[in-house]
Design a protein around this ligand. Structure first.
Ligand code: AQP
Length: 335
């Protein structure tokens, strides 16, 4: 029996190179060896305001990107989170046993909410980690392939599962964090101390998966670097820009760190930027071409999601029924 994997991406904007390296490409790589469930987490996207038509389109477009990147929907289960109702239901059941203090400690919540907005921000944003915990626990996932930014949410999921198991007896498998070997944390081009995010407004913050080659080159050319004039990996925040460019180069070439550093030894930042843009464009071209073919076939995309929801529901409903029984909720009498 293969171990089970669950992961998702929000349809909250155009996917970035960070989403691709930290999640999507990593999923493609693990999908041969694991029993995979990949979901477009539309219920997570509505924790901040979304345009309804844009959300529907975004859900289809991200499904097309999953397929274009190489996820095989015959082999892996691909579904929209809101098509499997158990996600909403388990989120409530888990909410009732989540200490508020745990939620207030989540750094992503603090990052997303400025102090002045605290009173008006939707409660869903605070509850986001509970919904995510439910997504994972419903499938009894062994491992969760996500980027570094999700490490704290995964720890939260493990804690919540242990709390439930302790109170009601063994119910949930305790999942492990499974980051990509390279590219698990790609930083913003305009501010390399901040992670690259799809919902950032600035047009030179993120490289998007569907950016045309000249735009990729332009954005990389503008990327923030430093005055050290030395091309090597470093965890010094002042060298974060060059480190980020090297990380991108390494992620797209799969070369060892020493090989990458040797390649750029004695070269200037201009050359580094040109070569980084080149490897990104070379790697993205086939994916972008497949995406353009796929995205117009709405009937096929809808069919993939329908089939995925059916397969996902079979597992999710069984876990949910067990949870409800353990909590003591009365099952409806059979006719
Ligand atoms: N910069 C990143 N580097 C590596 N991995 C990343 N991920 C996100 N940003 C980076 C990974 O992408 C997956 C999907 O993330 P998500 O859509 O669920 O939400 P997120 O983590 O909040 O990603 P964004 O792009 O920052 O979205 P917004 O702006 O909507 O909040 C996850 O596996 C994540 O780790």
């Amino acid at each position: 029996m293969k171990q089970r994997v669950l992961s998702g991406i929000q349809p909250s904007g155009q996917l970035t190179i960070g989403n691709y390296l930290g999640a999507l490409r990593h999923w493609v790589r693990v999908s041969q060896d694991f029993d995979c469930h990949f979901t477009i987490v539309d219920l997570h996207a509505i924790t901040v305001p979304q345009d309804p038509a844009g959300l529907r389109e975004g859900t289809r477009e991200i499904t097309a990107l999953f397929l274009a990147a190489g996820i095989d929907p015959q082999h892996s289960v691909v579904f929209a989170q809101s098509h499997v109702v158990a996600h909403s239901e388990l989120a409530w059941l888990l909410t009732c046993m989540t200490p508020l203090g745990w939620l207030h400690r989540m750094t992503q919540f603090k990052d997303k909410v400025g102090r002045e907005q605290m009173e008006s921000v939707g409660a869903g944003l605070l509850n986001y980690p509970v919904l995510m915990a439910g997504d994972i626990l419903l499938y009894q996932a062994h491992a969760v392939p996500v980027g570094e930014d999700q490490r704290q949410h995964l720890e939260f999921t493990r804690d919540l599962a242990q709390r439930f198991n302790h109170r009601y007896g063994p119910t949930f498998r305790i999942p492990t964090f499974f980051p990509a070997r390279t590219g698990a944390k790609i930083m913003g081009l305009d501010d390399p101390t901040k992670k690259m995010s799809k919902s950032e407004e600035s047009d030179h913050h993120a490289l998007l998966l569907l950016d045309p080659p000249d735009l990729v080159a332009q954005k990389i050319k503008r990327a923030v670097t430093d005055n050290f004039r030395e091309i090597r990996f470093s965890d010094d925040p002042e060298r974060a820009g060059v480190n980020n460019l090297l990380t991108l180069y390494q992620a797209f070439t799969d070369e060892e760190s020493e090989t990458v550093e040797a390649r750029f030894d004695g070269k200037g930042y201009g050359e580094l930027k040109r070569e980084v843009a080149e490897v990104i464009n070379e790697n993205l071209a086939p994916l972008q071409a497949r995406y353009r073919e796929m995205v117009s076939d709405r009937a096929y995309i809808d069919e993939v999601l329908r089939d995925g929801a059916q397969r996902a529901s079979a597992i999710a409903d069984a876990t949910l029924a067990d949870v409800k029984q353990k909590i003591g909720l009365l099952a409806p009498a059979a006719k």
